[in-house]
Design a protein around this ligand. Structure first.
Ligand code: AMP
Length: 313
């Protein structure tokens, strides 16, 4: 990748999490939607990150992002402020989780201001933050080639109007199955997807944890990507954001045109990066990967769904 490569801008949370799983606990676990996204996408594309942290954010984490090639010049540091903090506990199935605490801290007064060069980024991912902030970022951009957006149950509940407003600009929306049901009011996922697409997003990805992910394309077709059956899931936090990082990262590669076929390939790179993410706490497992390791896992996904064509007629 060089300076001519397409630029992928992510705006989202950069956080310190407190993670409790049935088997382990980590109190100061670096997280945040933009952090996981950027780490995962950095293997595929040139990534720029916009977010805010307090003086308590570990400089080593910023160094990790930089070492991965992420441009962190858009990361604001409020020296006398505190970083966004989230505490979550996973249930025995390692899929469902309960949010125990959310402290917005310096996010409460965050007004994202994009450096001039960032406004011309080719690809934009609005990772999970308040929908009003997502819209503010979008308004500052020269229209990107593709806009992706992620959100969560909290914003569907307390900022529904703001969310509906920003959804009008979105090419690819990523939601988990419960969020799709909550936003649409439909239990059946196909009906839920159609209802969500009517709100604006041309394409919709529904993430289903260990059941994989579904792509509802702009032309009405559906594609299913499996999740890799793993022997051990250490910490699912960030799986959705890593998925989005792999997905958008692939689409932002030089020479890749966003279309029905490339969206499907992007689904697999998303699944690959999510599968690495859950193998460790925080972004531990996303550090130090290389193209060959990522590609081997991509082939493992391919093998998982490769079957001989047959016919009874
Ligand atoms: P995921 O597991 O992909 O859904 O993302 C988990 C990350 O989302 C954690 O690292 C949290 O710090 C972050 N997060 C949790 N709640 C919020 C929120 N309300 N706004 C923004 N980010 C959040």
């Amino acid at each position: 990748m060089n300076s001519q490569s397409p630029q992928l801008l992510v705006v989202g949370s950069v956080a310190i999490d407190w993670i409790i799983t049935p088997r382990a606990e980590r109190k100061e676990s670096v997280g945040g939607s933009a952090t996981f996204f950027a780490m995962a996408a950095s293997y595929l594309a040139q990534v720029r990150l916009v977010g805010v942290v307090g003086g308590d954010f570990p400089p080593a984490a910023v160094a990790d992002l930089r070492a991965a090639g992420v441009d962190t010049s858009g990361l604001e540091v409020v020296e006398d402020g505190k970083t966004f903090r989230w505490k979550g506990q996973y249930h025995d199935n390692m899929n469902d989780r309960t949010t125990l605490e959310t402290h917005l801290n310096c996010f409460e007064h965050f007004a994202p201001k994009l450096p001039p060069a960032y406004r011309e980024s080719d690809y934009l991912f609005l990772a999970n933050i308040q929908p009003r902030l997502q819209e503010r970022v979008f308004e500052q951009m020269k229209p990107p080639r593709l806009v992706g957006l992620d959100t969560m149950n909290l914003w569907i509940s307390i900022a529904n109007d703001d969310l509906r407003s920003v959804l009008k600009h979105v090419d690819v929306l990523t939601l988990n199955d419960e969020e799709a049901r909550q936003l649409s009011g439909e239990h059946n996922l196909v009906k839920a997807a159609r209802a969500v697409q009517k709100l604006g997003p041309k394409n919709l990805v529904i993430k289903r944890g260990e059941s994989g992910a579904l792509l509802f394309d702009h032309d009405g077709s559906i594609f299913s990507a499996p999740a890799l059956p793993l022997e051990e899931v250490v910490d699912p936090t960030g799986a959705g954001d890593s998925f989005a990082g792999g997905f958008m990262g692939y689409l932002a590669r030089p020479g890749v045109e966003p279309n029905g076929a490339s969206l499907r390939t992007a689904m697999i790179y998303g699944s690959v990066m999510a599968s690495f993410c859950v193998e460790g706490f925080s972004y531990d497992r996303l550090v130090g990967l290389d193209a060959a390791t990522i590609q081997r896992r991509f082939e493992a996904f391919s093998a998982l769904t490769n079957f001989e064509r047959a016919s009874l007629v």
